[in-house]
Each structure stands twice: as C-alpha cells, then as structure tokens.
Design a protein around this ligand. Structure first.
Ligand code: R5P
Length: 278
C-alpha cells in the first residue's frame, strides 16, 4: 500500500506513513492558467491510502482527481471533513452539502476515515465512515499544565469538552445564553466560578473565530484571569487568528487535521491505529 499526500495534508500524511511504515507515492498536483486542477500519481501498488483534509473547494477537487487517478482499493482519510456543517436542510431548497460530498468520496473509497466530524447528522450521510475522536488528545495536551477550566461555547458541544476535560483532569462547563433584553444576549458559565481562573474554550472547529471571540470577551468581563482556546480543526478563515489574538485570547491550540503553526497536537497515531483495525 502507498500513501497519497494531498496538498492540504502533507505533514499528517508523512506522519501516518512513518507510523504505518508505508511509502509516500510520487505525485504531481498543478493548476492550469484557467484555474482547472490536475493530479497525476505514480504508484504501482494496488491499494492506496489518500490523505486529504477539505479546507477548500480546491482540496475537494484534488481529492476527487487523486482517487480518480488510482486503481485498486482506496482508503480515504479526510482528517478535516469540510462541508459537514451543512448537514441538513435548514432553509427549504438548500443542498445538503455533506451528503453530496459523501456520495462522491464513497463512490471511490472502500472505507472513509475522519476526525471529529462536526455532527452525527453529517456522519449519517456516509455508509463507510469511521469517525475518530481526538478530544482525549486535546485533554492530554493540557494534563499537568496547571489549574484550568475547560468550557464548551454552548450546551451542544458539552459532550466533546467533557471528554477532553476528563483526559486533562480538570473541571468543565458550558456557556449558557441569557437574553437580557430584546437586543442583548449574554453568555454565562452554567455552574463553575471563573473569577481569577485560567479558562480554555474548547470547540471542534474554529472558523471565523466569532464564537471564541464573543465567549472570551464575556469571560474576561466575568473576571477570568486568562482565556485560551483549543480545537480539533483550526480552519481560521479570514484572518481569524489575528482577530482572536487581538481580542485578548492568549493561545490557540489545535491538531494537525488542518495544518498550521497552531497544530501542536498530531492525530497521526490515532488515525494509524484506526487504519490497522479496518
Ligand atoms: C458550531 O456548531 C461549531 O461547533 C463551531 O462552534 C463553529 O463552527 C465555530 O465557528 P466560528 O469560529 O466561525 O465562530
């Protein structure tokens, strides 16, 4: 089996290859002057593992072209499954984007692996998906890093955060929305006292940073000593990191499902062991 490292996931693909002692195939990816994309893969193996996070439309096309170029069995690892937030029809007439993505990937793949897909609804559109949980790794990163509280930005994210907090050995809670008047909504931790405490806001995705920035402003108003944030997928769209830091958040910690300077935790080992169990 050879590994195909797509342009979005070169480092993670290399780490998985090292862990599984597999070779990375020679590939050529390019963009034509008119914007169309191209992929060529030089491999004589009859089984392949394609590693490709979907941060952009371009990543999706590179993934499709890579799978199209291969013969034999394909195992597809999509560490960050983009399009998963459009997991149902919210407004009549909308496309369920993740369903379209699932159909395309599963048309080629024998098995699909991902890390913390956004929701159960998103996962339900796949038939060959294995979703790996990296929240314990976030928790391990903070274990023995001092006294802190992990906060989910809303009740819906609490289960994820609980998993991280248990590995970190720290307290956890979520932010509850309170309507003050017709125009004002404020957020408060449901149970814990945060005055003079170090708080880590934990989420699955940081995209625009809006959620973290709002939460952090409120936490500092309530007296938190220090606010940091950790997530699985640091998408960080539209200069989000700049806005997050200028809002006073002290640190961004993420995994390498989306590769960046904030990828302080690797999901390579948990993906490699999930692949061994397929
Ligand atoms: C929402 O359901 C997700 O769990 C994240 O809270 C959200 O995607 C974060 O987005 P943003 O960084 O744009 O606020």
């Amino acid at each position: 089996m050879d590994i195909i490292a797509c342009p979005s996931s070169p480092l993670l693909a290399k780490r998985i290859a090292e862990s599984l002692k597999l070779n990375i195939a020679e590939v050529e990816f390019k963009r034509f002057p008119d914007g169309e994309l191209y992929a060529r893969i030089n491999s004589s193996e009859d089984e392949h593992l394609v590693v490709c996070s979907l941060r952009s439309n371009e990543d999706l096309i590179f993934l499709i072209l890579s799978m199209e170029a291969l013969k034999g069995k394909i195992y597809t690892v999509v560490p960050y499954m983009g399009y998963a937030r459009q997991d149902k029809v919210f407004l009549s007439g909308e496309a369920v984007s993740i369903r379209a993505v699932a159909k395309i990937i599963e048309n080629y793949a024998e098995k699909v692996l991902t890390v913390n897909i956004h929701s159960k609804d998103a996962a339900s559109h796949f038939t060959k998906l294995k979703d790996v949980d990296a929240m314990p790794l976030i928790g391990n990163y903070y274990a023995e890093k001092g006294d802190l509280i992990m906060l989910a930005p809303d009740k819906g994210s609490l289960e994820r955060v609980k998993v991280a907090a248990k590995s970190a050995g720290c307290e956890w809670d979520y932010l509850e929305k309170k309507r003050i008047d017709a125009y004002t909504v404020e957020f408060y931790p449901k149970k814990v006292e945060i005055e003079n405490r170090r708080v880590v806001i934990v989420d699955d995705i940081i995209s625009t940073g809006g959620t973290v920035i709002e939460a952090s402003k409120q936490l500092r108003k309530l007296g938190a000593r220090e606010v940091e944030t950790a997530c699985i997928h640091a998408v960080l769209a539209s200069f989000a990191a700049v806005r997050i830091f200028s809002s006073g958040v002290k640190e961004i910690v993420a995994t390498d499902t989306v590769e960046s300077i904030f990828s302080k935790i690797s999901v390579a080992e948990i993906l490699a062991s999930a692949l061994k169990d397929l």
